[in-house]
Design a protein around this ligand. Sequence first.
Ligand SMILES: NC(=O)c1ccc[n+]([C@@H]2O[C@H](COP(=O)([O-])OP(=O)(O)OC[C@H]3O[C@@H](n4cnc5c(N)ncnc54)[C@H](O)[C@@H]3O)[C@@H](O)[C@H]2O)c1
Length: 324
Amino acid sequence: MLYIGSHTVKELAKSRETRVTIVDNFCGGDFDSISVLQKLFEVGKFEFVLLDLSEFKKLEELFRESHFDAIIHFAAHLQVGESVQNPLKYYRNNTMNTINLIDMALKYGVNYFIFSSSAAVYGEPIEIPISETHPKKPINPYGLSKWMSEQILQDATNSNPNFKYVALRYFNVAGASSDGSLGESHTPETHLIPLIAQSALGKRQSIVVFGDDYDTFDGSCIRDYIHIEDLALAHIKALEYLANNNPSDSFNCGYGHGYSVFEVIEMVKKISGVDFKVNIAPRREGDPAQLVANNHKIVTQMGWKPHYDDLEKICKSAWEWEKL
Ligand SMILES: NC(=O)c1ccc[n+]([C@@H]2O[C@H](COP(=O)([O-])OP(=O)(O)OC[C@H]3O[C@@H](n4cnc5c(N)ncnc54)[C@H](O)[C@@H]3O)[C@@H](O)[C@H]2O)c1
């Protein structure tokens, strides 16, 4: 449902001058958020184009006929496990289609490019919190597809100094908008907080915890959950950063501290008042014990200030959305 993209477009709509064109093939979900977003813009300032980024000729037609100042590129496949089973699907969609977009940017003079990267570029962390200089050793094709895209963006910048990019390395994105208009839904849903909320609602029989024997305080994995509205704001900051003539770079997006899977489950139980079933399964391959961002760089260089750094707020917004 273009989860992160929808919330970012909602944030962009706060500036009345902004015109937005959304391109999506809806392989990741439904059309619900498009009608919500359309209402936020004046007539003529919002366009939706149903298009697969691999359709090069149609993509080129769009760029030839439009004048874009910036590209914010969210489109990707994002299931780590599937990327191990079907790596070419990931390299084709996440890396090759990113090349298509960079190609359009260079050819049609779109000089600002914001890229949705991931903590998966780091692989198994050797230090926590993880800073941007941490070695990049992805342990699955999803992470590698993102890291390759970042390197291609760097090469594109080197060859064309007018073209500049920001890669935002998201940690675990979660939650819904505070006004309840947009939430999180993926097809299929694989993200922890919606899955827990669905368990509390009885839409799932139980929540499965993959591994309770990690070297963490309660044995479950620790992740840095960032509220979707704080992440949406990071994209606006990234556009400002580029417009202020700063150099291309990559930035972590997280709060700098994490919560365990059991802590998140307990929080949703508290908020919902429902004591749902929790099953323990063996560890999944490639799940590091901890993924926590060092966010110093985005805070100091972009002036990004989070407003929802609170697990209760994140889970509450997700719960309210899931109940609708
Ligand atoms: N959600 C997270 O926690 C998280 C964490 C790290 C990185 N990311 C990255 O953030 C980005 C957005 O993630 P999301 O959670 O919003 O996922 P999402 O599935 O909600 O959004 C991705 C959108 O891309 C579209 N898409 C995919 N391939 C396309 C193609 N070839 N042509 C046109 N549209 C296409 C899908 O239909 C979907 O609407 C992805 O690049 C993902 O890898 C997400």
